[in-house]
Design a protein around this ligand. Sequence first.
Ligand code: FES
Length: 123
Amino acid sequence: MTTWITICDTCKRDGWDTSGAETTDGERLAALIESEPRTGVRTRRVSCLMGCTHGCNVAVQAAGKLCYTLGRFEPDAVSAAAIADYAALHAASDNGQVPFRQWPVGVKGHFVTRHPPLPSEPE
Ligand code: FES
């Protein structure tokens, strides 16, 4: 089952306004994650995940699995690789729960929320 990394492309970290950057921090992180393909993982961009005060933000989601939002990322290659590696572990897991001992160092301390899968509805 595919795990999706949903990347906020409008996140701006403190100091962005005066940095002179032509792209947002979220756009930079999105491009870096998109350049880190992993088996079972796809990416998409959205504008705002409502975590603007603690960007950069991403969500890691798959149908029927535990889903997570993660934030406070620098828009750099180390963060992008850690997010992609974590998403690949999420894709390979049965229920979205990746054992802590397997977490890439770069995602530790970045988890913001966890969302249990929706219950299946009777037809
Ligand atoms: S701008 Fe990224 S969460 Fe709002």
